[in-house]
Structure formats: structure tokens, C-alpha cells
Design a protein around this ligand. Structure first.
Ligand SMILES: *Cc1c(COP(=O)(O)O)cnc(C)c1O
Length: 350
């Protein structure tokens, strides 16, 4: 028996892509970010469904992710690699026809030496201070880079999930300055930047989390649902404790359901003590510590013993669960366990 059943709705992913695509002008390409195995949901099934929808550009973090995607998608789509050109990867980039997004002077030199005619893109640092050429570095190599004909120039916004934060406007201004007079296609916006409006769109937007139903795309269709089977139900008397270190004590006689799923399945201990699971429309508090493979739930207020309890669903999504543990929907998704049975809706045949 798997620890739970994870439903992944690829039709909702496609609908979210279409909704994000309509936010920018016809002339703006809407790509898709499928790094970290499609935010934990399966890069291959997600990308195959989106390719069917018309997506022609995909972004991954590592060259290995790019190789997997190339195999699944065939030769047509362009696949960009955020880690750029890492040492020893020239052959991989070449054979899988991946476009490294060069992110340092060192990478630039290595790339132009080892793969002089292979397509590449460039990351500029407009203030996030994570990856990309700084303004002074860009000034120094600009002519050489442009002569080598990059296929895309990107930067990344640090605070686009917070529309009132002035950092996005600062980064936009710097990106404009750094790319003035440059004829190469430009891309600045991920999901948050796509929502900020047209001036952030340039030639391409590259949403990730919004495709998967997460904030800041509040209007997204939910993509995942997760049900865990109930293994055992029993009564506890007032004053008894539940779980490791007896952190929860029953205030009154009640009934406990022990369900299949724990921190080894991505349900982190930090989600406690505010975590709830759902019996249909009825919330049930998770009580006691989260174990490796088990959760204990107070079901004293239910009419009967349920056979499954829902951890994620249309009315209690990834961001609601994330809030109880002080994290973000991105981390809930990318932590989803490998022991779940995965059930896809809208999978592309073949
Ligand atoms: C992850 C990532 C994205 C996608 O971001 P979302 O917030 O998930 O839309 C886009 N660009 C870069 C550089 C990234 O690292």
C-alpha cells in the first residue's frame, strides 16, 4: 500500500499556462519553468502536456534535467539551463542541444572556448545578487558577448511576489539600462513579474509556480490533491497523550485516526501544531508529533471513522498548508513524497 494518493491535474496546469499566456501581448512568448522535476509534479508529464498546448521554450536548473526533457520532448522545443555552462558539461549541452544561460565571466570564457558555435543565453544581475553578470562585468564583455550572438538575455526579480515592493521597479530600470540598444530577445518575468504588468514582459515571460497552482498567481486552478489512507482508529480518554514525547494531551475523551504519511513523505514536522486535514468538508486537527510515516488526527467530532483523510484539495491548497508551517507553496510541492501513488489527469499518450 502506498502512503497516499497524489492527484496531479495536467489539464489545470494547461489552463494555468493559458491564463498566464493571455496576460501578456501576442508578441510575448510564454515559456514554462519545469526545474526540480516540474516543481515535484513530474517534469516529463508536465512538459509533454504543455508542449501539446503550444509551449516551445522550457527552463530547467541542471543539464541533467535538460537531458531528461530532451528525450521526452524530441528535437523541437528550446530548453534553457539556469545553472549555465558548468565545468565538464560541454558534451552534454551539445548532445542534448541545451541552451546554457551563462551566469558568470568564468562560465562565459569556458563556453566560448569549448562550444564556440553552440547557442547560449545570458543572465544579468539587476540586484538580486544570486546569479548573473554584474553591471560592470557586463560593460566589460558586452561587445564580445553580442558578437557571439546570444539567443536570450535574462534577469530575475527578487521581490515580484510582493507588488508594492519597490525593488521590482529598481530592477526593471537597471535591466532596461543594461539592455539598451541590444537586439537580443529579453526576459525578466517569472510568475510574479508576469502579474506585475506589460512593462515587465519584454519578449518572453517564464512562469513556474503559477502553472502549478501556487501564489502569487492567486487565480490559478489548483493542480494537486493528496489523500492519505486511515490505518487505524481508536478512542483515547481525557488526560491520555498522543505520539512522540507526549506533546499533545486529550482535554476530553475523543477518537484518534492514525493515517499513512509523515515527514518522510514531505509532511514536515514544522507543519505541526497548526496542521489540519479534511474529512470531506470537515477540518480535523493533526495532534501530537508528525512521525516518519504516520500522522495522528483528532476525529472525535466526526460521525464515523473515515477511510481516507485529505491533506491537499481544492479548498485547502498548497499555500494554506505552507502557511501552517511558515513556508511557501513551492516547498510543499517540491517536498511531495515519492511513496505516493501518482494519478495524473490529462496525461499525453505515448
Ligand atoms: C525558478 C525560476 C523561475 C520561475 O519562477 P516562479 O516564481 O516559479 O514563476 C524563473 N526564472 C528563474 C531564474 C528561476 O530561478
Amino acid at each position: 500500500m502506498p502512503t497516499g494518493e497524489l492527484f496531479i491535474d495536467l489539464e489545470a496546469v494547461a489552463a494555468n499556462w493559458r491564463a498566464l499566456d493571455t496576460m501578456s501581448a501576442e508578441t510575448v512568448e510564454t515559456a514554462a519553468v519545469v526545474k526540480a522535476d516540474g516543481y515535484g509534479l513530474g517534469a516529463v508529464p508536465v512538459a509533454q502536456r504543455l508542449a501539446q498546448e503550444g509551449v516551445r521554450a522550457f527552463f530547467v536548473a541542471t543539464a541533467a534535467e535538460g537531458v531528461e526533457l530532451r528525450r521526452a520532448l524530441g528535437p523541437e522545443p528550446r530548453i534553457y539551463v539556469f545553472y549555465g555552462h558548468m565545468p565538464g558539461e560541454a558534451d552534454t549541452l551539445k548532445r542534448a542541444d541545451l541552451v546554457p544561460l551563462i551566469c558568470s565571466i568564468l562560465q562565459l570564457t569556458a563556453h566560448l572556448e569549448t562550444l564556440p558555435r553552440h547557442p547560449f543565453g545570458l543572465q544579468l544581475d539587476t540586484g538580486m545578487n544570486r546569479l548573473g553578470l554584474k553591471p560592470a562585468e557586463w560593460d566589460a564583455v558586452r561587445e564580445i558577448v553580442l558578437a557571439a550572438e546570444p539567443v536570450l538575455i535574462t534577469s530575475h526579480l527578487a521581490s515580484a511576489d510582493t507588488p508594492e515592493d519597490p525593488q521590482s521597479a529598481d530592477q526593471l530600470a537597471r535591466f532596461r539600462e543594461m539592455t539598451e540598444g541590444v537586439e537580443v530577445p529579453l526576459s525578466l518575468a517569472a510568475t510574479g513579474g508576469t502579474l506585475l504588468g506589460n512593462e515587465y514582459h519584454f519578449d518572453m515571460v517564464r512562469p513556474g509556480i503559477g502553472l502549478y497552482g501556487g501564489l502569487p498567481f492567486a487565480a490559478a486552478e489548483p493542480v494537486v490533491a493528496l489523500d492519505l489512507p486511515v490505518i487505524s482508529c481508536f478512542d483515547v480518554a481525557a488526560g491520555e497523550t498522543v505520539g512522540y514525547n507526549a506533546t499533545w494531551r486529550a482535554g476530553a475523551d475523543t477518537r484518534i485516526a492514525t493515517i499513512a504519511g509523515g515527514y518522510a513523505d514531505g509532511l514536515h514536522r514544522a507543519l505541526q501544531p497548526a496542521m489540519e486535514v479534511m474529512a470531506g468538508p470537515v477540518p480535523c486537527p493533526v495532534v501530537g508529533r508528525v512521525s516518519m510515516d504516520l500522522l495522528t488526527v483528532d476525529i472525535g467530532h466526526l460521525d464515523g471513522d473515515p477511510s481516507t483523510l485529505s491533506v491537499l484539495g481544492p479548498h485547502h491548497g498548497i499555500d494554506a498548508l505552507a502557511r501552517t508551517g511558515g513556508t511557501i507553496g513551492y516547498e510543499i510541492l517540491t517536498s511531495l513524497g515519492r511513496r505516493y501513488r501518482r494519478n495524473y489527469r490529462g496525461m499525453v499518450a505515448g
